[in-house]
Design a protein around this ligand. Structure first.
Ligand code: PEP
Length: 251
């Protein structure tokens, strides 16, 4: 089964509007005409419009880092799917481990956000992954199983096929420690097995599973060569266009 790879940059809480526009222009210049890999950048909310302008006319797509599930109303600080859609956002990261760790994200809120995003024709990037304690304590499979089943509860196979899953072991995010390609692939195969149970083999085989956690130009080629690693969600290395390009087209 060949799945088109997808590389997305998660800029997290980095870049002023000027820095974001400049970085997006640089990204568009180096990978804007790539067509055999889907490429997206996910700047902070306030920089989405400037980045949309900077990547206009290129193949780079716009992503957001989170979304709220409600359509509108008294939810101070939150941003809705319709708001993202109205400024040209294509992808939305949901359930990032930093959201889970620091901001009370649960499998239930991931599920609500995923459903809302799909209803608004945004493409969710649903993040899952275990902490080091969970891995060392033999709980990795149970944690990932609950995250995938919880995140996708009540979602149809047709809608699930529009989603991307990002496997991001928490111990590898921003630490410089990368999962080995074998560890990553093993986790991806496990996630695809759960997706197969939920949605059937045909759908599960089409869902792209990205790896995230200290992916860099020098380890991207090996990770991306694995059978079930269908792309990358990139944090630190997405903040420099040349590094990001080295992951989109690894040598
Ligand atoms: C991320 O935050 O999604 C991530 C993978 O970060 P980093 O690449 O910096 O580990």
């Amino acid at each position: 089964m060949s799945r088109k790879k997808i590389i997305a940059g998660n800029w997290k809480m980095n870049t002023t509007v000027e820095e974001a526009a400049a970085l997006a222009k640089d990204v568009a210049a180096v990978v804007g005409s790539v067509s055999d890999v889907d490429v997206a950048v996910c700047p902070p909310y306030v920089n989405l419009m400037a980045v949309a302008e900077a990547i206009k006319g290129s193949n780079v797509k716009l992503g957001a880092q989170d979304v709220h599930w409600e359509a509108k109303g008294a939810f101070t600080g939150k941003v809705s799917c319709a708001m993202l859609k109205s400024i040209g956002v294509t992808y939305v990261i949901i359930g990032h481990s930093e959201q889970r760790q620091y901001f009370g994200e649960t499998n239930e809120t991931v599920n609500k956000k995923t459903k809302a995003a799909l209803a608004a024709s945004l493409l969710p990037i649903v993040c899952v992954g275990e902490t080091l304690d969970e891995r060392n304590g033999g709980k990795m499979d149970a944690v990932i199983d609950a995250q995938v089943r919880g995140g996708f509860e009540g979602i149809s196979a047709a809608d699930a096929a529009k989603c991307v899953v990002a496997y991001e072991p928490v111990w590898a995010i921003g630490t410089g420690v990368t999962a080995t390609s074998a560890q990553a692939n093993e986790a991806h195969i496990f996630i695809r097995k759960i997706l197969t149970e939920l949605f059937g083999k045909e759908t599960a085989d089409t869902i792209r599973i990205q790896y995230g956690g200290s992916m860099k130009p020098d380890n991207a080629k090996e990770l991306l060569s694995m059978s079930d690693v269908d792309g990358g969600l990139i944090g630190g290395a997405a903040l420099k266009a040349s590094d990001f390009a080295g992951i989109v087209q690894p040598k």
